[in-house]
Design a protein around this ligand. Structure first.
Ligand code: ASC
Length: 128
């Protein structure tokens, strides 16, 4: 039987696995490693926007040791962490919106903003 902390770690890792699954192909399209397909891109952007709401639920007290890359600083800087999660959600929603237009030139900078929002959190709160 899993402890609440172990279950929370599994939950957030599951959410990040799903996010990565949808974010990866968008990155490949933006970089020109994969042919741009507007419909596929928009579907992935919708998925990331929806999934962006979930990881925060898994960062519960006591879940910063064991099989996790999350740093205990998350608990100490809870307001900053929450703000960074919300930035990710806002930027992901904006990407889903711009993706509906199917214009790669408009999509690219917003995709960049989502990536920056991932990186901002990882930089401070994810173990290397
Ligand atoms: C990814 C991935 C991340 C982000 C980040 C964006 O594909 O796994 O953590 O993008 O590298 O800068």
């Amino acid at each position: 039987e899993k402890s609440p902390a172990e279950a929370a770690i599994d939950y957030r890792q599951g959410a990040f696995t799903m996010i990565k699954h949808h974010f990866g192909p968008m990155g490949a399209m933006v970089k020109g490693e994969m042919e741009f397909n507007a419909a596929e891109f928009a579907k992935n952007a919708d998925a990331v926007a929806a999934l962006s709401k979930f990881p925060a639920n898994g960062f519960i007290a006591g879940s910063y040791e064991g099989e996790t890359e999350a740093k205990p600083e998350i608990e100490l800087n809870a307001d900053d962490f929450k703000k960074k999660m919300e930035t990710f959600q806002v930027e992901a929603a904006a990407l889903a919106e711009v993706a509906k237009g199917g214009d790669i030139a408009a999509i690219k900078p917003q995709f960049g903003k989502v990536g920056e929002s991932c990186k901002a959190c990882h930089k401070e709160y994810k173990k290397d």
